[in-house]
Design a protein around this ligand. Structure first.
Ligand SMILES: NC(=O)c1ccc[n+]([C@@H]2O[C@H](COP(=O)([O-])OP(=O)(O)OC[C@H]3O[C@@H](n4cnc5c(N)ncnc54)[C@H](O)[C@@H]3O)[C@@H](O)[C@H]2O)c1
Length: 422
């Protein structure tokens, strides 16, 4: 098909509009498009004495060409200087999202579908739900521990970018399920990474956790040396270290996110060992007391999922420098008591708060996000806790009360908080 100048310009403009939006660069028309269009018109006017007449059509064509050249300048010279990338080919990228039926994974998969990528979700539904996989993504039910399955998926799809989110992320339970934790979170991760290396995946995006810091100096910064204090954090840090080694030896690029206390729509309320917001919501719907370990003065910074999922999705495509590890999440921290009070206010719930025996956990944990804000040029703090909880409550009410069964294979009962055995 031959394209007239006008249609070429129009298709360029449409394509760049899509990709600029995806890269979260300022939306079109950018100043470069407008400058280009004005130069086009000025050229027409300048040469008018030589061409003899001015036509509306001529003005329009030159303005459109100017607009397209503006897009080109913006894409090739302006955005790269800011660490952002616009792909020149409108082709879909094959991406894999492990854990894409889970909470964060489903949001990341949805953002990728929205970008126009070809998304495969691999999830064994141990924590997620098939109906959470976004429309437009291909869902494969299976485990990241299934080497043959993982290999066949990579052979069939040649994933250019892998988002590895599958994990069992119950940090507090991890000392009592050490073997399960390391199998799922380390061996499973290595199964996916092996295949990614074999099949020349360009970039491996991994959701680690601020659990890697342990009881570090606050606020937790990427420059601190991690000292994880429990098997979950150790597993995450082990994968981080292995990713760095794989990059060094095989050239596979990696991006590591260290999120913390993410909450929002799709968060599992079926897990009694993790997700304090989900646990509280379920308790409110049941009319039960909100249970808090210890005196409730432990502090956390809660993160609304929609504030961070788009950055995680974008990280497979933007140009990055030497910095590959990013704390990501909300800046404002509060105590678990304050969280409970806010939730009761937002939901109008009448539950009382019941303090149960303290458990082994980090007392205060919040991190610095200046790096991600600088590199991604965005805030991960857009939604206030109150507003985020209000949105989550609307969603939770539509789901109704959930069953939260006891974990079936606890490996160590010694020291297990009594409230976890009932
Ligand atoms: N939610 C948070 O606050 C938070 C904080 C820090 C890090 N993270 C990390 O983000 C990622 C996603 O967490 P989430 O909160 O969405 O948890 P989630 O439980 O909602 O999602 C994890 C998904 O992984 C799947 N999964 C688990 N083991 C699997 C296996 N062996 N094979 C295939 N699929 C498997 C589960 O079915 C689930 O759908 C995890 O890696 C977690 O460690 C989450």
């Amino acid at each position: 098909m031959t394209l007239s100048p006008t249609s070429t310009s129009a298709s360029y403009a449409a394509f760049f509009t899509r990709d600029h939006a995806a890269a979260r660069a300022p939306s079109l028309p950018s100043r470069w498009n407008l400058i280009g269009a004005m130069l086009g018109i000025a050229t027409q006017l300048w040469f008018m004495p030589f061409w003899g007449r001015l036509t509306i059509f001529g003005l329009f064509v030159l303005a459109l060409w100017g607009y397209a050249i503006g897009s080109f300048v913006h894409a090739h010279f302006v955005l790269p200087r800011r660490g952002l990338e616009v792909r020149l080919s409108p082709r879909m990228t094959n991406v894999l999202v492990t854990g894409g039926a889970g909470f964060l994974g489903a949001h990341v998969a949805a953002a990728l579908v929205k970008r126009g990528e070809s998304v495969v979700v691999l999830d064994d539904l141990s924590g997620g739900l098939a109906e959470q996989v976004p429309e437009g993504a291909t869902f494969v039910r299976g485990s990241i521990l299934d080497d043959a399955l993982v290999e066949s998926l990579f052979a069939a799809h040649r994933f250019e970018v892998v988002y590895h989110l599958a994990a069992y992320a119950a940090e507090g339970l991890s000392p009592f399920i050490r073997r399960y934790n390391y199998e799922n979170n380390v061996v499973g991760s290595m199964t996916v990474l092996n295949a990614a290396i074999r099949h020349h995946t360009r970039r491996f995006v991994f959701t680690s956790s601020i659990a890697v810091y342990g009881t570090g100096e606050l606020p937790l910064r990427e420059t601190h040396t991690p000292h994880p204090g429990d098997p979950y954090g150790i597993a995450k840090y082990a994968v981080e270290l292995d990713l760095a080694a794989a990059t060094h030896q095989f050239g596979i690029e990696h991006v590591i996110f260290r999120p913390h206390n993410v909450y929002g729509e799709l968060q599992s309320m079926r897990d009694r060992y993790r997700n304090v917001v989900g646990i509280f919501l379920n308790q409110i719907m049941r009319g039960e007391p909100l249970t808090i370990f210890g005196n409730g003065e432990q502090t956390r910074a809660f993160t609304y999922v929609s504030d961070i999922a788009p950055s995680i999705a974008e990280s497979g495509f933007i140009q990055l420098g030497a910095e590959r590890i990013f704390n990501v999440g909300g800046d404002v921290h509060c105590s678990v008591n304050e969280l409970a009070q806010t939730l009761l206010r937002v939901t109008g719930g009448a539950s009382i708060i019941r303090h149960v025996e303290a458990r082994n956990e980090v007392t205060h944990a919040y991190s610095d996000h200046s790096r991600i804000q600088r590199v991604f040029e965005m805030s991960t703090n857009k939604t206030s806790l109150e507003e985020g909880l209000r949105q989550t409550w609307l969603w939770a009410k539509a789901q109704g009360v959930q069953q939260a069964p006891v974990f079936s294979n606890i490996e160590i009962l010694r020291g297990l908080p009594p409230s976890w055995t009932r």
